[in-house]
Design a protein around this ligand. Structure first.
Ligand code: S6P
Ligand code: ZN
Length: 189
């Protein structure tokens, strides 16, 4: 395993600031083509204003088993035709790798699914520490109207990403705004 020196990051649980970040990614509506369920609504929203949906700020460590990748994700509040702002979601390329998500702030859903079709979700709020078992695809969703959803992630260095399966098939559970309850789940046919 590649030798590096110990280090630390300072995370602010309310603002989600993560210092120093080695790399930051920002995903706008236009980056989420093919991921939101209501594609026509997405086109219209993009024309109005190509809003920022989520940000990922990370430390860089070697992409090797033995090292632990880690980052903070901030998902802004909003929806596309009722479907909440969310991450693209992915499987790990190396399917034997698990992941941990600790929610720092906000209200959300961790949506998970197996290639066999099994699906489940965990309600994220401050302090909820979720274990994403090996082989499960994962996507996070901000169900608040006005607050950011902020969480930190830790995963094996060699996990990699598979976004293609999600881009092609989507998740079978689509989380949308509802009257008088936190959300409803629409089943993708
Ligand atoms: C990486 C981990 C998270 C996500 C991040 C953004 O294994 O699951 O750090 O990368 O929350 O989501 P996505 O689906 O765009 O990578
Ligand atoms: Zn992951």
């Amino acid at each position: 395993v590649e030798a590096i020196k110990p280090f630390f990051t300072v995370v602010d649980f309310e603002s989600g600031s993560f210092e120093p970040a080695d790399r930051s990614e920002r995903r706008y509506l236009s980056d989420l083509k093919g991921f939101f369920y209501f594609s026509e609504e997405l086109e219209k929203a993009m024309e109005r204003d190509n809003s920022l949906v989520y940000e990922v700020h990370r430390r860089e460590v070697p992409l090797q088993a033995g090292h632990l990748q880690h980052c903070v994700t901030l998902i802004h509040p909003g929806d596309v035709g009722g479907e909440f702002y969310m991450t693209k979601g992915h499987y790990h390329r190396v399917t034997r790798t698990a992941e941990l998500y600790l929610c720092l702030c906000g209200e959300g859903i961790l949506n998970m699914e197996e290639p066999g079709g099994a699906a489940t979700h965990i309600r994220m709020r401050r302090g909820v520490w979720s274990y994403i078992a090996p082989g499960w695809a994962h996507r996070t969703i901000n169900i608040s109207r006005d607050e950011k959803l902020i969480f930190i992630s830790v995963w094996p260095g060699d996990s990699g990403y598979d976004y293609r399966t999600i881009a092609q098939k989507g998740f079978s559970n689509v989380f949308v705004r509802a009257e008088n309850k936190e959300f409803s789940i629409l089943r993708r046919s």
